[in-house]
Ligand binder design. Structure first.
Ligand code: FES
Length: 104
């Protein structure tokens, strides 16, 4: 499944990953700039913050309570903010587009 990461300066990085991996894992494996994933995906650091593209809101769902409270620690949180370690890739997310914040 393909994910496009768009940095705050507009630079695009396209990553191929397999279902079951999280968006954060896909980014860290390919050293995508702007995603740190310091806690390894435990929903405990908020350094994997991304903005989900409008077209992918419904498919990616909404954050659960644990993710929402961790998002409070992220920088410049918006309505479409997610922690990318909490988005598991599935075949239906093939083509997903997320933007990375200026800083984590
Ligand atoms: Fe730490 Fe996502 S990697 S919250």
């Amino acid at each position: 499944a393909r994910i496009t990461f768009i940095a705050h300066d507009g630079t695009e990085t396209i990553v191929e990953t397999r279902p079951g991996f999280s968006v954060m894992e896909a980014a860290v494996d390919e050293a995508v700039p702007g995603i740190l994933g310091n806690c390894g995906g435990a929903c405990a650091c908020a350094t994997c913050h991304v903005y989900v593209d409008e077209a992918w809101h419904a498919a990616t769902g909404t954050p659960d309570a644990a993710e929402r409270s961790m998002l409070d620690c992220a920088v410049d949180v918006r309505e479409n903010s997610r922690l990318s370690c909490q988005i598991a890739m599935t075949a239906k997310l093939d083509g997903l587009v997320v933007r990375t914040p200026e800083r984590q």
